[in-house]
Design a protein around this ligand. Sequence first.
Ligand SMILES: Cc1ncc(COP(=O)(O)O)c(C=O)c1O
Length: 423
Amino acid sequence: MSDKPHPAERSRELHQRALRVMPGGVNSNVRLLAPPVFFQSARGCRLVDVDGNHYIDYLLGQGPNFLGHAPPDVLDAVDDASRRGMVYGAQHSLEVEAAERMLAVIGWAEQVRFGVSGSESVQAALRLARAVTGRTRFIRFEGHYHGWFDNVLVRVEDGAAAPASEGQLVSHLDDSLLLPWNDLTAVEEMLATNDDIAAVIMEPVMLNAGSIEPVAGYLEGVRRACDRHGVLLIFDEVISGFRVAPGGAADRYGVTPDLATYGKAMAGGWPVSALVGPRSMMERFGTGAVNHSGTFNASVMACAATVATLRRLVDDPPHERISARGRRLMDGLVQLAADHSLDLHVQGLPMAFHAGFGDGPVLDYRSLRRLDAARYNEFTRVLIDHGVWVAGRGIWYLSAAHEEADIDETLERVAAAMKATVS
Ligand SMILES: Cc1ncc(COP(=O)(O)O)c(C=O)c1O
């Protein structure tokens, strides 16, 4: 596959058909940026497209396939459970088990509400924070993504939040205050000068833009500042949850939020999300005072997939293994780039690291924007041509299904791609 263009006839034909019936030929705007390759199957860390080309996958569905594609235990659980009905519009035993398992892994939270997408659970968190505090606004951060709804979707322009979509209610952005992340003084000053702030929401490790860890003392400092001002701290763990440690970033960095949202890695690829928190806050949903609804919330499949995934993560935690392999891949990429005189900068957590062309370290959204995103995006097309499926924006996700041999093969393919790039 590496030295000659691989076949793409069937993908091209499907792309033409898709363009006729789906705007942009896709069902999520994020996918407008990816090459129009159509897949027919995936297993473990391997993807196969409709023309029979094979790829080693580091996009992992944008994160959910933390156990690899089509994990047999999750598939069996979903298959078995769904044969007894998929959605009851009422309670069932699996949702209790999913909730209990989830809370046991997370550790600090007492109750959970399941949803279908991370975007929705973030909205539930913000609504609950307003109800608990009686205040309206929230602080959020440059480069952090919290879904596609009007009040959280932003483009950052010169440090200010601008709407990122036509049709977006611009006034909804007035509810949030945008700050640079990893800057404790900025949060302290904002909280000291505004008394209408309900919550601070953040990705506790910045994974949507770069792979940037909190600097020492930052999360603890924000926690203290929130407590001082009666403001809720919300960790959006939609990417970091179950991935960066069994209990997510709260577990990894030892800082406990008031509320947290999860999605992606929690259910082996099944669409499900969650909001968790202490009973004292979450019970507002239970009394009906705060509305959180959804036809498909806690569907049988979602709960079966969550139970099976969490069972695996507890019985056979893959985190150390994934970290070791991710680290080897990161080191290998750096070495290969040096061999080919490419200024590739690689950084972050090994289970979700970031690569880009330019100088590091990347400490925040502003330094991330100094990397040459267009050039890296072009390079990812070459990687894809060489059978390494990666996101154009720089993130590399590792899964429990990436074996040592897959890392070796990836590095061989990357070496070929780099050679093709520099020649
Ligand atoms: C941190 C974070 N929050 C929220 C979301 C939105 O989740 P979803 O795409 O499931 O709506 C995402 C999606 O990438 C995310 O990364």
